[in-house]
Design a protein around this ligand. Structure first.
Ligand code: ADP
Ligand code: MG
Length: 364
């Protein structure tokens, strides 16, 4: 069990800076998820923590000890990769025992650790099989078992579910959540590009973008109060709609005017100095609702595509004058709409996210 501290951590390959100003404290026992688009540096950051990649700036501490120059084997970490990297000619038991044998542990000690890990991962019945006789999900559980038997201070996972098909991914994700719950003292860092994995597994999510941290917070904090338009559109599916507007009235509540002249209220306070300021505001597809009898619509939603999924209906409007040419509304249940339907839509003032235009930062 250990905490981690990253202070101004940076990574450059020659003149190319991939990561900079990474400041992050991870508490012992926390499950932190690094999420972000492909190529944003998630694996690089994880590999620097593991010691597989040199840190070119700043310091990394694990359990209060500076680790920048400590070799991987002495960092008290275990890493699980996307490719399971099991030894094909060894049984599950031997795959899980191997690192302990190398470390010179006794046979009893090894068997105890392997049996305990196998029980946690529901692999007890498969200990004598070879990897080729296992499903993808079981193979990944063996890879996780190999990490568990070493009783590391910190677990690092790099997209461990990416090679599994959709159903197995969901099942294995739930198993990882249960595994974490059974090991409350273990610190875990989990890398994924899948925001559902991030939302469901994390105590806190670190959103990486453009070589830095876009936001750190609990999953619902990121959903409810994204700090910038990047996080606003990265967390939540389909992505948040963004509109260009101008502040037409300031005060404890802010009024926003679209180019069409329509106004909408946002339950965020704004100082007088922002009167007339150009802003962007966001409404999540699930918060764009059909205006019931009498409620003031804020937008005429011209439906182009209707997806009836049973539990929800997703409506797409290809309106070049709005939201970069596409607006999305997600309604519960089955909505009686067809391509060509025009719906009067509105949103509650509590569900409007206002961002500074230019910096894209949220107004507080
Ligand atoms: P992610 O895991 O988020 O998809 P990576 O951490 O693998 O991203 O990569 C981050 C960036 O670093 C990418 O732009 C990649 O091209 C670059 N990169 C990774 N390894 C090297 C390397 N050995 N030399 C130069 N650039 C690299
Ligand atoms: Mg990666």
């Amino acid at each position: 069990m250990a905490d981690l501290k990253l202070a101004d951590v940076a990574k450059a390959y020659g003149a190319v800076e991939v990561l900079r100003n990474i400041n992050l404290e991870i508490a012992a026992g926390e499950l932190i998820v690094f999420v972000g688009p492909s190529g944003c540096g998630k694996s690089t950051l994880l590999r620097m923590i593991a010691g597989l990649e040199q840190i070119t700036g700043g310091t990394l501490e694990i359990g209060g000890q500076v680790m920048n120059d400590v070799p991987p084997a002495q960092r008290g970490i275990a890493m699980v990769f996307q490719s399971y990297a099991l030894y094909p000619h060894m049984t599950v038991r031997d795959n899980m025992s191997f690192s302990l044998q190398l470390a010179g542990k006794s046979k009893e000690e090894i068997n105890r650790a392997v049996d305990e890990a196998a029980r946690k991962l529901q692999l007890t019945d498969y200990l004598d099989r070879l990897p080729k006789a296992l499903s993808g999900g079981q193979r990944q559980r063996v890879a996780i078992g190999r990490a568990i038997v070493r009783d590391p201070k910190v677990y690092l996972f790099d997209e461990p579910l990416s090679n599994l098909d959709a159903a197995l991914r969901v099942a294995t994700r739930i198993e990882i959540a249960q595994l974490k719950a059974s090991m409350p003292g273990s610190t875990m860092i989990y890398v994924t590009h899948d925001q559902v994995e991030a939302m469901t597994l994390a105590d806190r999510i670190v959103v990486l973008a453009g070589g830095g941290i876009a936001q750190v917070g609990a999953p619902l904090e990121l959903y409810e109060r994204p700090a910038n338009t990047f996080v606003a559109q990265f967390i939540g599916s389909p992505a948040m709609n963004l509109f260009e507007a101008e502040i037409s009235a300031t005060g404890p509540e802010t009024r926003l005017r679209l180019e069409t002249g329509t106004e909408i209220a946002a339950a965020v306070p704004s100082p007088e100095s922002l009167a007339g300021a150009k802003v962007q505001f966001g409404i999540r597809p699930e918060d764009l609702v059909i205006a019931e009898n009498g409620a003031m619509p804020f937008i005429e939603f011209r439906t182009d595509i209707v997806e009836k999924l049973g539990d929800t209906t997703v409506l797409y409007s290809r309106d070049p004058s709005q939201n970069d040419g596409q607006m999305i509304a997600k309604q519960p249940g089955i909505v009686n709409a067809e391509p060509g339907s025009v719906l009067q839509m509105t949103a509650s003032p509590q569900k409007i996210h206002v961002f500074h235009k230019g910096t894209s930062l949220l107004y507080l």
